[in-house]
Design a protein around this ligand. Structure first.
Ligand SMILES: NC(=O)C1=CN([C@@H]2O[C@H](COP(=O)(O)OP(=O)(O)OC[C@H]3O[C@@H](n4cnc5c(N)ncnc54)[C@H](OP(=O)(O)O)[C@@H]3O)[C@@H](O)[C@H]2O)C=CC1
Ligand SMILES: Cc1cn([C@H]2C[C@H](O)[C@@H](COP(=O)(O)OP(=O)(O)O[C@H]3O[C@@H](C)C(=O)[C@@H](O)[C@H]3O)O2)c(=O)[nH]c1=O
Ligand SMILES: [Mg+2]
Length: 301
């Protein structure tokens, strides 16, 4: 299986590259400046020249707070650009796998969100990702949209790396305890994507396999619980650690509003695609261990 990945340095893009061999797949990564989702004109030609069995869009504008001041750019990349890439997949007659987010929901429900629950993004990033979902569905019938959340990995920028950095010179970190969600490993997402890809290619006519699915690490946590677990695991490996002071969202003002309830119900993915990601704690342990080992090797711990 030859998979074209849109995105090169991002967390999921790099995890797809790293996990491809384990699935007998080849991942071909395309990124800026060659493929720029903010510049639709060249997208179809580059994807066609590259050629593959399937396209995964792992690129996006992901700066949640910054999106509030440049919503047009977020929409160009996450909305219009995603739709153009999906349209190219339709021309190429290959399936298109797209990633979306818990931030399409407003978090007001008191249970985990299902795929057909009403979306109502609270911020510009969420709105741009919602536009992307609509643009992808309009661009190609043969698509899967995977809504995931709270991604961490040894790569790029994420909450785990931020917490380890803060712990190096702080004894205590204040972290919000009233937003709930599911930390999700980029490696686990990559494995899930390869399984979805295999299912799509094996059963091209099976409509049930297509559409929107929720895919997060199993179990739930607040950001404060997530941080506490990061520090426990880090201390165990001899890495930096700090005390977590649980705070309220109101005590941590940010430009973008975030949902209080970001929990996603992943039952549909398990029933239809046979995929259940490991518990967030299990995968977090491998990630933190790896990050501490890398810090030690580079002499910065
Ligand atoms: N991070 C998270 O917590 C979550 C992310 N998601 C979604 O999952 C997907 C992957 O996220 P993640 O891996 O964390 O993202 P990252 O922020 O780690 O990486 C984003 C990637 O998108 C690329 N990119 C940004 N703008 C453009 C552009 N104009 N043209 C081409 N490529 C571009 C970046 O390229 P470059 O390397 O050149 O900067 C980078 O490779 C996204 O769709 C995101 O919305 C969903 C839920 C949670
Ligand atoms: C750094 C920090 C953050 N926080 C809070 C702010 C916020 O509510 C929460 C997480 O902060 P972050 O900025 O890391 O997270 P954020 O950028 O909101 O993460 C989101 O990214 C996008 C791309 C998604 O799609 C979402 O699923 C989600 O992962 O933790 C603290 O309370 N204390 C801190 O020291
Ligand atoms: Mg952030």
């Amino acid at each position: 299986m030859r998979v074209i990945v849109i995105g090169r340095e991002g967390q999921v893009a790099r995890a797809l590259a790293e996990r491809a061999p384990a699935h007998g797949a080849k991942a071909v990564l395309l990124g800026r400046p060659r493929l720029d989702l903010a510049d639709p004109s060249g997208i179809e030609d580059i994807l066609r020249e590259t050629g593959g069995d399937l396209i995964v869009n792992a690129a996006a504008y992901t700066a949640v707070d910054q999106a509030e001041t440049e919503p047009e750019l977020a929409e160009a990349i996450n909305g219009i650009g995603a739709g153009v890439a999906a349209g190219a997949a339709a021309v190429m007659r290959v399936p298109f796998i797209h990633l979306s987010t818990d931030y399409v929901f407003d978090g007001s429900l008191d249970r985990p969100y299902r795929e057909d629950d009403t979306v109502n993004p609270l911020g510009a990033y969420g709105r741009s990702k919602r536009l992307g979902e609509e643009a992808v569905a309009a661009g190609i019938a043969d698509h899967v949209i995977l809504r995931t959340a709270w991604i961490y990995s040894p790569f790029g920028r994420n909450f785990v790396k931020t917490m380890l950095r803060l712990a190096k010179d702080r004894e205590e970190v204040g972290v919000v305890a009233d937003q709930l969600g599911s930390p999700t490993s980029a490696s686990d997402i990559a494995d899930g994507i390869f399984t979805v890809a295999k299912n799509l290619l094996e059963r091209p006519q099976d409509r049930a396999l297509r559409g929107v699915f929720h895919m997060t690490g199993a179990g739930f946590a607040s950001w404060a619980e997530f941080a506490a677990e990061i520090f426990t695991l880090s201390a165990r490996s001899g890495g930096p650690s700090a005390r977590v002071r649980p705070i309220m969202t109101a005590d941590y003002p940010t430009p973008a509003k975030r949902p209080f309830n970001s929990r996603l119900d992943c039952t549909k993915l398990e029933t239809i695609h046979g995929i259940r990601l490991p518990s967030w704690q299990t995968s977090l342990a491998s990630c933190v261990e790896r990050l501490i080992a890398e810090m030690r090797e580079s002499g910065v711990s």
